[in-house]
Design a protein around this ligand. Structure first.
Ligand SMILES: Nc1nc2c(ncn2[C@@H]2O[C@H](COP(=O)(O)OP(=O)(O)OP(=O)(O)O)[C@@H](O)[C@H]2O)c(=O)[nH]1
Ligand SMILES: [Mg+2]
Length: 286
């Protein structure tokens, strides 16, 4: 399997005490009842937990999820948008590795072992890419591809990364990366399921990729084939969401640098304690 190391990295010290890491799969879903059964059926065996974050679906997303995967954990979200759904899902996940999976059939669950292998091989963050050997997409439009190309270039120039696919949401990471990703899905006064704060939308993927790059964590790109969504319509708007991505890159650049400091930390873990990365994050004054 081709795995590309994309740049700056912290020192790693991965201690394998348990033979296998516990893998959590987080699935944001908004009106995906027709797509979910196929997605859930393709999830490989041996996954520790599957968490579905429901975006106030008005179809049978929740019922179908329970029917097709009785052990699924279903949670709601605090606000609106895929980013907020992921924040809530990450907060609920307790595995060693966390995988981000879409509910519309675009991201193939059968590729999960590739991501897990990359993390087991020492990466902190396994980043799916549609633009490397062995990868592809039958879903991305020319317009989105063009936007993604330039946004990707800007991030690589700013952070010295070698990302090949900035705006792709199929990623997996060691749970300790949550310190760096630093999403806030918590309750905010006056906000409800119709509120979308910064980071709550599709810009979340860029936010995550940029924060990982800024922290200098070790990234391995994993080839992935993105399929067209099986049913239904996209929640993404190439123009407005493209602008949000651009603003995210700018805002993150101004926010100051977080760096992995390679300080050895023993994490108190409720489950496992075995596949923890032993690096931590130090915030520098901006
Ligand atoms: N919980 C939740 N999930 C969402 C929300 N918006 C989108 N999603 C889910 O996030 C995933 C990606 O959203 P899509 O609408 O497919 O966006 P996209 O993949 O960029 O667009 P397409 O390529 O056209 O499918 C899907 O599983 C959606 O159901 C939301 O507000 N809340
Ligand atoms: Mg999609």
């Amino acid at each position: 399997m081709a795995v590309r190391d994309t740049g700056k990295h912290s020192q790693l010290n991965v201690r394998a005490i348990n033979p296998e890491p516990l893998v959590s799969v987080v699935i944001p879903a908004k009106n995906e009842a027709r797509n979910l059964p196929d997605v859930l059926a393709r999830i490989p065996s041996g996954i520790y937990e599957v968490i579905l974050v429901d975006g106030a679906s008005t179809d049978d997303t929740v019922e179908d999820a329970r029917q097709h995967r009785p052990d699924i954990a279903i949670i709601g979200q605090t606000r609106m948008g895929k980013g907020n759904a992921l924040a809530c899902g990450f907060a609920a996940a307790s595995g060693d590795f966390i995988v981000m999976l879409d509910a519309d059939g675009s991201t193939n669950p059968e590729e999960i072992p590739r991501f897990v292998d990359a993390l087991k091989g020492g990466a902190d963050f396994a980043k799916g890419s549609r633009f490397m050997p062995g990868a592809g997409s039958s879903d991305i439009s020319r317009l989105r591809q063009l936007g993604n190309y330039w946004l990707n270039k800007i991030v690589n120039l700013l952070y010295g990364t070698r990302y090949t696919d900035l705006c792709y949401g199929y990623n997996a990471f060691r749970r300790e990366c949550l310190l760096v990703i630093d999403l806030d899905g918590g309750e905010v006064e006056g906000a409800d399921e119709s509120t979308m704060l910064w980071g709550d939308g599709f810009e979340v993927e860029t936010l995550i990729n940029v924060r990982i790059a800024k922290a200098g964590l070790r990234v391995a790109e994993v080839p992935s084939f993105e399929r067209s969504r099986n049913f239904g319509t996209s929640n993404l708007n190439a123009f407005s969401d493209g602008i949000r991505v651009l603003r995210t890159i700018n805002a993150e650049h101004r926010r100051g640098i977080r760096r992995a400091a390679a300080i050895t930390v023993s994490y108190q873990r409720e489950v496992g304690a075995s596949w923890s990365i032993i690096s931590t994050v130090v915030e520098e004054a901006s």
